[in-house]
Design a protein around this ligand. Sequence first.
Ligand SMILES: [Zn+2]
Ligand SMILES: [Zn+2]
Ligand SMILES: [Zn+2]
Ligand SMILES: [Zn+2]
Ligand SMILES: [Zn+2]
Ligand SMILES: [Zn+2]
Length: 190
Amino acid sequence: MLTYLAKIACVLGLHRYREWTYVAPTVCEQLPVCERCGHFGSEKNRTVHVWGNPVYSAEGVCEKIEACLRCRATKPVVLAIVHVLGESAYISSDSCVMARTCNRCRWIDLESAATYHVFGEWVDAADICHQLRNCRRCGGQEKQDCHDWLSKPYGSICSQCHTTKPTRPGLCYQCGRRAIPGDNVCYSCI
Ligand SMILES: [Zn+2]
Ligand SMILES: [Zn+2]
Ligand SMILES: [Zn+2]
Ligand SMILES: [Zn+2]
Ligand SMILES: [Zn+2]
Ligand SMILES: [Zn+2]
């Protein structure tokens, strides 16, 4: 009797909706289904994806996506990108910056960057008492002083440019007495 009435109710459109059910195996739309006759209700629907594990979105990138195992819909993974960093190496053939680069997407980890020049020999510069050397990779140049120091009782003097330096700052390089302020020599030794 109950079954008969229930059937009548369903025929009249008075279904008893309890569960949400996928409408087809490869879609993610769900509709309420009548627990008695299996009729799908159409007033309401909802979408329930079944997300798989995160996978790379393409070759050569580090962004990941999740794909729905049912309908193949995708969404980006909102977690921070995880790069596959290699060993520290020069970032280009004419650069002296070494850094770790991602093996997948070539992203450069600037936090790890440091400069390593490959200098050649020191050579005399055009101006007296200076030497220069050039980096073989980037052409960058370094300069240094190179005096020809002659020993004096309380310091030394360069035979080329006559730059002086006292053994003790503030004292005359020749006689060891108090030097002229800002100089390395006293009034009597000038
Ligand atoms: Zn029904
Ligand atoms: Zn889906
Ligand atoms: Zn990467
Ligand atoms: Zn260099
Ligand atoms: Zn000099
Ligand atoms: Zn002096």
